[in-house]
Design a protein around this ligand. Structure first.
Ligand code: SF4
Length: 96
């Protein structure tokens, strides 16, 4: 299942991939099984060293990726970011 998701999920753009610290790592590191905290932390460690982290996170939020560790975040962490951004936009009266 994880392999199927890994092969079908959206991937970083070429611009991000050219700077990606994850280049050369097994894809499975960024698609950990549910509850596999050690693998999640391993992926996040790679992301912390990545010069494309910000762009990768923005893309992951934009495409609403639900499977991968991207931009140093898990899908559930990105859901939280999206909810907080939506609240903040409402507070500021910003429409998207
Ligand atoms: S932030 Fe993480 S997932 Fe995104 S390109 Fe960098 S290393 Fe890869």
């Amino acid at each position: 299942m994880a392999d199927e998701i890994a092969h079908t999920a959206p991937r970083p753009t070429v611009i991000i991939e050219n700077r990606a610290a994850c280049a050369g790592y097994e894809t499975s590191v960024f698609f950990p099984r549910e509850g596999d905290i050690a693998t999640v932390e391993k992926a996040k460690d790679v992301c912390r060293r990545c010069p494309a982290l910000r762009d990768c996170l923005m893309q992951a939020l934009r495409i609403d990726d639900r499977f991968a560790i991207l931009g140093g975040t898990t899908p559930s962490e990105r859901q939280l970011i999206r909810r907080r951004l939506a609240v903040r936009q409402r507070e500021l009266g910003v429409t998207s």
